[in-house]
Write a protein that binds this ligand. Structure first.
Ligand code: FAD
Length: 474
C-alpha cells in the first residue's frame, strides 16, 4: 500500500514525487517508458521555476547544465530586451535540455526516497472510499490512497476519469528536428535574419558539434499520422528559404501541433491531474514544462497534508481553485502568440503594433511577468497586494530566504520578534529578523512560497495558521 501513486515520470511527476517525499509520504512513480527520452529538446526554465528550484536547493545542479539568457524577447518571439527592474533574484531564462531536467528531478525524488518503476504503464484504476486500485499493462494491481495522473497530454488517467478536455484541435503543425548542415554558419545566419522578418515559425540554430536545431512549418508536407522524414524538412526549407542548406544526418525528427485544451476538473475524489495531463497548448513562449512543475509545487504540500492527516477541510480543493485559472491564462496567451506568428497581413499588422507597444517598459514588463509566472496572485481574499503573491528571494540574517525553504515547510518571517507559530511548529518554521528586507511587519509563507498572511496580531495569525495548516498539535 502506497500513500500516493503517480502515473508518469516526466518533469511534473518527478517534481511532485520529490515534494511529497519532503513530508515522508510513501510515493511510487510508474513510468511507461523503460528508458528516459533519448532526443534532446532545449526548453526554457522561466523565472518562477528557477525560484522553485532555488527554494528546494536544486538550482546550482541545474545551472551547470544550462545556458542563461536575458529574460526578454520571448513573447511571440518579438525581439525586445528584458524589461527593467524584474522583481526577482533569478531574473533570467535558463535554456536546458529537457532530458537533463527530467533526470535531475527524478534523481532528486529518488534521493528523497521515492520509488520509480520504469516500463510500467497505468492502464486503468478503480477508486473507493479508502483508496485507489491501480491497474498496470501486465495485469498487476497496486493499491494507494491517492493517484495523480502526470502522464502527459494523452493522459490515460484523465481519460479513464471521464474528465472533459475541451478546447481546440491542432490547426498548425510544425516540424522540429536536429541535423547536420552542408553550408557555413555565416551563410545560414545571414539568410535567417532575412527570413525571420516575415516567418517566425522558422529557425536553424547551431546546437554544438556541427548539429543544428531546425524548425519549419509543416504545412503541405506528408501525412500527419506518419513520422516526418528528412525529405519533408528539405522540402519546407526550400519552399521558405530557397535552399535546404544541405541538411543531412538527422539525430531525430518530430512534429508538434498547436492543440489547446484544458481539463474541466483537476480532481475527482482520490484521483488528481497535473501538468500536460491537465492542459496542453502550443510551445510558444516555452511555458508547458514550467506550468507542470509549478502545478506539482502547488499540489505537493497540500496532498502531503491530506495524507499526513493535518489538512484543513478544503485545502486539497484549493489546488484546482488556484491552478485552473493560471492554466486558463497560459492557454489564452499562447492562443494570442500563435495569432501573432501568422504570416497573414492582419495578424502581421497587429504584431507590428504590439512590437511598438512593447517599447513601453510597462507593456514589456506585464507580458514577461505573465510568461515567467512571477505575476501570479492567488485569490486569498481581501488584503494588501502582496497577499497571494510569491515572495521574492530576499536577504535575511541567515542568508537568503529561499535557503530556509528547502524542507518544504511553511515559514513565519517576523520582523516584530513578538509572534510565535506555537502548536504549528511541526509544520511551520519561525524566523525573527527585524532587518529582513520587507515592507510589512510579518508574513506567513506557505511551503510553495506564496504569502498566506500579512500582519502583526497573534490572534489573527493563529486564525490563518489554522486556515492553511490545520489544527495545532496538542
Ligand atoms: C517543441 C516543443 C518545445 C517545448 N519547449 C518548452 C519550453 O521551452 N519550456 C517549457 O516549459 N515547455 C516546453 N515544452 C512543453 C513541455 O515539453 C511539456 O509541457 C512537458 O514535457 C510536460 O511535462 P509533463 O511531465 O506534464 O508531461 P510529459 O513530459 O509528457 O511526461 C509524461 C510522462 O508520462 C509517461 N506516461 C504516459 N502515459 C503513461 C501511462 N499510462 N502510465 C505511466 N506513464 C505514462 C510518459 O512516458 C512521460 O514520461 C515544449 C514542447 C514542445 C513539443
Amino acid at each position: 500500500m502506497f500513500d500516493v501513486i503517480i502515473a508518469g515520470c516526466g518533469p511534473t511527476g518527478a517534481m511532485l514525487a520529490a515534494e511529497l517525499r519532503l513530508h515522508d509520504v510513501r510515493v511510487l512513480v510508474l513510468e511507461k517508458e523503460t528508458e528516459p527520452a533519448s532526443f534532446v529538446r532545449i526548453v526554457g526554465l522561466h523565472i518562477r521555476s528557477l525560484e522553485l528550484m532555488a527554494m528546494r536547493g536544486l538550482l546550482d545542479r541545474i545551472l551547470q547544465h544550462g545556458r542563461q539568457r536575458p529574460a526578454g524577447g520571448f513573447f511571440a518571439a518579438i525581439a525586445k530586451p528584458a524589461p527593467k527592474g524584474l522583481d526577482s533574484a533569478y531574473a533570467y531564462l535558463l535554456g536546458v535540455p529537457q532530458p537533463v531536467i527530467e533526470h535531475l528531478l527524478a534523481e532528486h525524488a529518488i534521493e528523497l526516497g521515492a520509488q520509480v518503476r520504469r516500463g510500467c504503464a497505468v492502464t486503468g484504476f478503480e477508486q473507493d472510499d479508502e483508496g485507489v486500485t491501480v491497474e498496470l499493462a501486465d495485469g498487476e494491481q497496486l493499491r494507494s490512497r491517492y493517484l495523480v495522473g502526470c502522464d502527459g497530454g494523452r493522459s490515460t488517467v484523465r481519460k479513464r476519469l471521464g474528465v472533459g478536455f475541451p478546447g481546440e484541435p491542432s490547426r498548425t503543425d510544425t516540424l522540429m528536428g536536429e541535423m547536420e548542415v552542408g553550408v557555413p554558419q555565416e551563410e545560414i545566419a545571414a539568410r535567417m535574419t532575412e527570413i525571420r522578418e516575415t516567418h517566425q515559425r522558422f529557425w536553424l540554430r547551431p546546437f554544438g558539434e556541427g548539429v543544428y536545431s531546425v524548425v519549419v512549418p509543416a504545412a503541405g508536407v506528408s501525412d500527419r499520422s506518419e513520422p516526418p522524414t528528412l525529405e519533408d524538412f528539405k522540402q519546407q526549407l526550400r519552399a521558405i528559404a530557397g535552399t535546404d542548406f544541405g541538411v543531412h544526418s538527422p539525430r531525430w525528427l518530430s512534429r508538434f501541433g498547436d492543440a489547446t485544451r484544458l481539463a474541466e476538473r483537476y480532481r475527482v475524489g482520490r484521483v488528481l491531474l497535473a501538468g500536460d495531463a491537465a492542459h496542453i497548448h502550443p510551445p510558444i513562449g516555452g511555458q508547458g514544462l514550467n506550468l507542470g512543475v509549478q502545478d506539482a509545487f502547488n499540489l505537493g504540500w497540500k496532498l502531503a497534508a491530506q495524507v499526513r492527516g493535518w489538512a484543513p477541510e478544503a485545502l486539497l480543493d484549493t489546488y484546482q481553485a488556484e491552478r485552473h485559472p493560471v492554466a486558463e491564462d497560459v492557454l489564452d496567451n499562447t492562443r494570442a502568440q500563435m495569432e501573432l506568428l501568422s504570416t497573414e497581413p492582419g495578424p502581421q499588422a497587429v504584431r507590428r503594433l504590439l512590437t511598438e507597444l512593447m517599447d513601453f517598459d510597462e507593456v514589456n514588463h506585464y507580458l514577461i511577468e505573465k510568461i515567467t509566472a512571477i505575476g501570479i496572485r492567488y485569490d486569498f481574499g481581501e488584503g494588501p497586494d502582496l497577499l497571494g503573491r510569491r515572495l521574492r528571494d530576499i536577504d535575511v540574517k541567515q542568508g537568503h530566504l529561499y535557503g530556509l525553504l528547502h524542507r518544504g515547510r511553511g515559514l513565519l518571517l517576523d520582523r516584530t520578534e513578538r509572534l510565535t507559530v506555537g502548536g504549528w511548529s511541526d509544520r511551520v518554521d519561525y524566523l525573527a529578523d527585524p532587518t529582513a528586507e520587507l515592507d510589512v511587519s510579518c508574513v506567513l509563507l506557505r511551503p510553495d512560497g506564496h504569502v498566506a498572511w500579512i500582519g502583526d496580531d497573534q490572534e489573527d495569525l493563529d486564525d490563518h495558521l489554522s486556515r492553511w495548516f490545520g489544527k495545532p498539535a496538542d
